[in-house]
Design a protein around this ligand. Structure first.
Ligand code: SAM
Length: 477
């Protein structure tokens, strides 16, 4: 299935990332990534740091000097996946005892040095704020020790590191604009694994976007756990931006978006993720002003019940969320809207579940990521509530949510028929070598016969056919 951009792209899980073939080095790393887009973007920072240290990449872990797994801790099954994967690496280490195995990212941060006790083959444990230390840690392991750095930082944004673009089509790239999260949603492990919220210098973001555009990239996605909360007042933690003077002179997300949109009208901008409690109308007005800011907002609701939203500590009610959707529909009438939904959160009744279904129907989402609640150690929910919804009820509810979303998505896709869509060409379609695949502004995949076009070019495509999730058409310009 050709999918639109995702928070957690199932097709990319466990992908071994490769540097361009012109990068050489005397040591080989195998770098495998799991989880959200931010993790994949972090792997590009890791690759940048390690190429400086003389590494190149391999797609075969059996020929690697170092194996790194960039891990996710968001749900228990994400962690189980990594544990299973480590058993594959155990065989490689038996054959080559000098092989170094490192775990990076959120699961490393969550487990810290316990990882070394639980998984004897692991040599290095590194949290998301400590990647600059990787060359030292490798050096330490080469000297016969184990190495751990899970220090979370108040300052680190890797602003000065130009990520090496891995497995790129040369068209789409991610730029991290902030790190960490202060929201403390009760279900979520992110504040514990990625630390407190801090925003990156806007000038460094604009410089990176300009550089990407000059290299031929035509779409960038600005990434953060809660992009609407972006605020830069000279560096440091968001919670330390306290004075009126700091606030008035700070750069907000709406301002950053405008700065990036002004780089070139041929550079498309997307962003992810928005949090309803922080999404302001000024962002929507900037989106309306610039055609090159894609008309698509990922606005996770999590639940349609105000009582559950309160237990989740989301900071908004069903009515507040609906008001935000109405603002989007008014200011950006053609905007695609997608969501994240959790079923079976602690104390969720059948009535709460029905409210989630009715809100999905009301919001008429183009797309949703849907998850059964997975209790995470040390989160507020784990400390405060019982994980009291039986697995079979969680499963039944998630099945109902998925079935409804499929119906909504199919209906939504059809509303794009018999219209012209501006499509940024990304790659050859998985359906046919004769077709290009790209996306329209609303983030829906469009495929069409190749003609004389190339990836990175825009085409105006008249769409007259569709499947459940893909538009099919022909170029009219
Ligand atoms: N920061 C974003 C937000 O707050 O909306 C996204 C966070 S997370 C990387 C992506 C999604 O994973 C969340 O929106 C939520 O739906 C889901 N998620 C997070 N923790 C979860 C948990 N403990 N169980 C099930 N799903 C979870």
């Amino acid at each position: 299935m050709e999918e639109a951009e995702k928070i957690i792209d199932e097709n990319r899980q466990g992908e071994a990332l490769m540097l361009p073939t012109n990068v050489t080095g005397n040591k080989k790393m195998y770098l495998e990534s799991y989880g959200c887009q931010m993790n994949f973007a972090d792997s590009e920072i890791v690759a940048s740091i390690l190429t400086e240290g003389g590494f190149t990449t391999t797609k075969d872990f059996n020929e690697a000097d170092v194996i790194f797994v960039n891990t996710c801790a968001i749900r228990d099954n994400a962690e189980q996946r990594v544990r299973t994967r480590l058993t594959d690496f155990r065989k490689a280490k038996k054959k080559n005892p000098d092989l170094i195995i490192g775990v990076l990212g959120c699961m490393a941060e969550r487990l810290k040095d316990k990882f070394l006790d639980e998984e004897k083959i692991v040599d290095i444990v590194v949290g998301p704020d400590a990647y600059r230390d990787l060359p030292n840690l490798i050096f330490k392991v080469e000297g016969g020790q184990k190495a751990v750095n899970v220090i979370l930082s108040k300052e680190e944004t890797y602003a000065d590191i130009t990520p090496v673009r891995l497995d790129t089509n040369g068209v789409n790239a991610f730029i991290s604009i902030m790190r960490g999260c202060d929201n403390m949603c009760s279900f979520c492990v992110v504040p514990f694994t990625r630390g407190r919220e801090r925003s990156r210098d806007p000038e460094s973001i604009v410089a990176e976007a300009k550089d990407l555009f000059a290299k031929g990239y035509r779409e960038i996605t600005l990434l953060g756990q809660n992009v609407d909360s972006y605020i830069y007042a000279g560096g440091g933690l968001k919670k330390e931006i306290l004075t009126e003077e700091q606030r008035t002179s700070a750069t907000t997300f709406a301002q950053l978006l405008e700065m990036v949109a002004q780089i070139n009208p041929d550079l498309r901008i997307r962003y992810s993720t928005s949090n309803p409690r922080d999404m302001t109308d000024d962002v929507l007005h900037v989106m309306a002003k610039y055609e090159n800011i894609c008309k698509n907002i990922h606005l996770p609701v999590q639940s349609g019940s105000s009582r559950i939203l309160e237990a989740m500590n989301r900071g908004y009610t069903r009515e507040f969320y609906q008001e935000r959707i109405l603002a989007i529909r008014k200011i950006l009438p053609d905007c695609g809207i997608s969501s994240d939904i959790i079923t079976g959160f602690c104390t969720e009744t059948e009535e709460d579940h029905q409210q989630t279904l009715s809100l999905m129907e009301w919001a008429d989402y183009d797309f949703s990521f849907m998850f059964a609640y997975s209790e995470r150690p040390n989160t507020l929910a784990e400390r405060k509530f019982d994980d009291d919804i039986p697995e079979e009820i969680k499963k039944r509810r998630i099945a109902e949510v998925i079935a409804l979303q499929q119906k909504l998505s199919e209906r939504k896709t059809k509303t794009h028929l018999n219209r012209i869509h501006r499509v940024l060409i990304e790659r050859t379609s998985k359906r046919s070598d004769e077709m290009w695949s790209g996306r329209n502004s609303q983030n829906i995949v469009v495929v069409f016969p190749k003609g004389n076009f190339k990836p990175g070019e825009y085409a105006d495509v008249f769409v007259d056919k569709c499947t459940a999730t893909t538009l099919i058409g022909r170029v009219i310009s």
